[in-house]
Design a protein around this ligand. Sequence first.
Ligand code: PLP
Length: 453
Amino acid sequence: MAKTIKTLLSEERMPTHWYNVIPDLPSPPPPPLHPATMEPVGPDALTPLFPMGLILQEVSGESYIDIPEPVQDVYRLWRPTPLMRARRLEKALGTPARIYYKYEGASPVGSHKPNTAVPQVFFNAEEGVRKLTTETGAGQWGAALAFACSAFAVECEVWQVRASYDQKPYRRLMMEVFGAEVHPSPSNVTETGQKYLEQDPDNPGSLGIAISEAIEVAAGDANTHYSLGSVLNHVLLHQTVIGQEALEQMAVLGEEPDLIVGCTGGGSNFAGLSMPFLREKMAGRMSPEIRCVEPSACPSFTKGVYTYDFGDAAGFTPLLKMRTLGHSFVPDPIHSGGLRYHGMSPLLSHIYELGLITAEAKLQSECFEAGILFARCEGIVPAPEPTHAIAAAVAEARRCAETGEEKVILTAMCGHGLLDLSAFDSYLSGELSDYGFPEEKVQAALEGLPGAG
Ligand SMILES: *Cc1c(COP(=O)(O)O)cnc(C)c1O
């Protein structure tokens, strides 16, 4: 039995390629469609917003894509990340299961998001783009993009949902430390923002509005592009550094996972960890169950439908075939801001349809309970999002305690929660509400699907 508690690869062992799972799948995912013509969207349609380097990755049929040396150079600030065994958690649960977690909280901004922010900025800078715009909710993605922009001397302008901007100043300050300009959204610097502010000067904002503001500015300036932190193929691709490292670290320990669990918002950290293992599974070299965990309040896998829908609230994007709750669906205010997206990565949705991965939904009280147990045993406060994966790992380890099964569980610990402590405050003071499946709201949103009625 493996004794090691922590495995660090030396920096020479950092991956030099990203892994693209698409050519290894039994069939490719359906293409994005133009909403007016219902024809597949060609790469050229994306050039006002994205650089060709990323567009080619979005549609690539290559299994391995080189990580450019300047990107590797920034990755080396924190990669490879540690793989840890949660021995004290195992002991507290009295389980014969062995629980491992891959810790992405070790990055400069405390989450997995810089794994894609850095190459996104690099490929834009290479094409001469001088500024990137984006939206952010709680600020994880904005902070990652601001950090990456500072590494390649690209300007960064972020629209942060007004409610978060006002209530959670610390990630905004982190973005400003890295040199970004941050606006509360809706803002008066865009036409979209002005329109919303005229209707209601106290509008608390939403991700949908913030996306529209960031896209408006990028589309109106030839030197400015837009950047997205999840959902798209190239984002999932960049995150596969996580799983490639974990695969090698597990091999060093002589371990093979029986269960891989990760939380899914748009699917990027989960896909990043699990796709290299899925490659091994499809090749018959291992047989882990690979399971997504999502909030009951926003259950796109377990209660959504697999159909073409818009990626944003306003309907600016191409139609994406994905598991969706409807683009007008606004989830209840759970603390895991990163898991409040109405849809799911089209690639992961396709892989789910193929029956290669499973999914379950959890209430946030169970997640926070598991997150606090994890913090007390392992000394790391998890971000609210990965507490979903931790809760699933804990439930499985408890089952193993009853059956005596020695399962090996691998979980994605995609971020720390040191800037999310107010969420733990509401749990500890007994003020946390659970939000179950909002059946009527979802039904109404599904009636607004592009093909419906
Ligand atoms: C953004 C974020 C998520 C959700 O995004 P995915 O693309 O599903 O990974 C989850 N956890 C953390 C810590 C995040 O910052």
